[in-house]
Design a protein around this ligand. Structure first.
Ligand code: COA
Length: 318
């Protein structure tokens, strides 16, 4: 037994920053950003915190599921841009929505939402819990260096999640981890102890874009194929692919390698949101759920990659 998705929800802050707006801050232009990434605009939280966005997404997911906060047995959250390192975001969401259940976070950067699903599947399989809320939320705008045009144009803010109950619709997963901080990292505070050998670090997202790009274009199609092989699923049976929205070209490269999955099955909303890290996959899931894109029984591949380095692919039945 694994899980069934009861409902989805999302929230994005109202302020929209276009590529032209960014061109007023750093040396860039709409044409460069659009052709290299597929991003046209992103939402930025100026009045809200990450946990406030997460709580709004959680409430939307509960409403869509017909589940009340006091029915929840567990809240799992993921963020790299939470209000605090401690308390974790899940505890703040728990309080905000009026739940009383255990609540904790997992740290997995852009792959984190799929790690929440993997963890929830394990808990639900044991019968220990019956209703689990999973939420990914990010205020990436707070952890970016807005003078660095190679990173600040890529990300956006938002939150989204799902409510799960025991079921048969989590069909398998493929987890690939390559421990390394060189290509992608977000430093923590180094403290002020005078004798510390640690130098204060630039406290913003650091990324070697072209190397992360190479990693992603190789690992994503590979992990998806391994997932399909291990679940005995022909590419042609896949109804939809919901990829982490980091760069349209990465998704198109994966589509080219997975030849029997038609290009139009790779769903894309990066144009409007940029890379929202842990919120990226549930945001697209919620958008498609509310638009009626998914039909009951559809086989959907979910695929994420990011800091770790990591790549997680999962197969679900809608
Ligand atoms: N506007 C204009 N020019 C820019 C720019 C911007 N916002 N950012 C970088 N450039 C310049 C660079 O300085 C470089 O100039 P140079 O050739 O004079 O040195 C040039 O554009 C090309 O840079 P490059 O890094 O080779 O571009 P790219 O084609 O690799 O695209 C990324 C850059 C970041 C879009 C791409 O590498 C990428 O998407 N990487 C993966 C990022 C990702 O997925 N991250 C999330 C992981 S979860």
């Amino acid at each position: 037994m694994s899980f069934h998705i009861l409902g989805t929800g999302s929230y994005v802050p109202p302020v929209v920053v276009t590529n032209d707006d960014l061109a007023k801050i750093v040396e860039t232009n709409d044409e460069w950003i659009t052709t290299r990434t597929g991003i046209r605009r992103r939402h930025v939280a100026v009045d809200e915190t990450t946990s406030e966005m997460a709580a709004k997404a959680a409430s939307a997911a509960l409403e869509n599921s017909g589940v009340s906060a006091d029915e929840l047995d567990l809240i799992l959250c993921a963020t790299v841009s939470g209000d605090y390192i401690c308390p974790n975001m899940a505890c703040l969401v728990q309080r905000a929505i009026g739940a009383a259940c255990p609540a904790f976070d997992l740290n997995g950067a852009c792959s984190a939402f799929l790690l929440l699903l993997e963890t929830a599947a394990a808990y639900l399989s044991t019968g220990r819990y019956r209703k689990i809320l999973c939420v990914g939320a990010e205020q990436m705008s707070r952890i970016l260096d807005w003078t660095d045009r190679s990173t600040c144009i890529l990300f956006g803010d938002g939150a989204a999640g799902v409510v799960l109950e025991p079921g048969e619709n989590y069909l398998g997963s493929q987890l690939v981890f390559r421990g390394s901080e060189e290509l992608l990292n977000l430093p923590t505070s180094t403290g002020t102890f005078p004798g510390s050998r640690l130098e204060a670090q630039h406290p913003y997202v650091y990324m070697n874009g072209s190397e992360v790009y190479k990693f992603a274009t190789r690992i994503v199609p590979q992990a998806i194929q391994q997932l399909l092989d291990k679940t005995g699923t022909p590419q042609s049976d896949v109804a939809w692919v919901v990829c982490h929205q980091a760069n349209r070209r990465i998704i198109e490269a994966a589509a080219r390698r997975l030849k029997d999955i038609a290009d139009e099955k790779f769903l894309i909303n990066i144009e409007d949101y940029g890379n929202t890290s842990a919120a990226s996959i549930p945001l697209l899931l919620d958008e498609c759920n509310r638009a009626g894109t998914f039909k009951k029984g559809d086989l959907i591949v979910l695929a994420a990659f990011g800091g770790g380095l990591s790549c997680v692919a999962a197969l679900i039945r809608w």
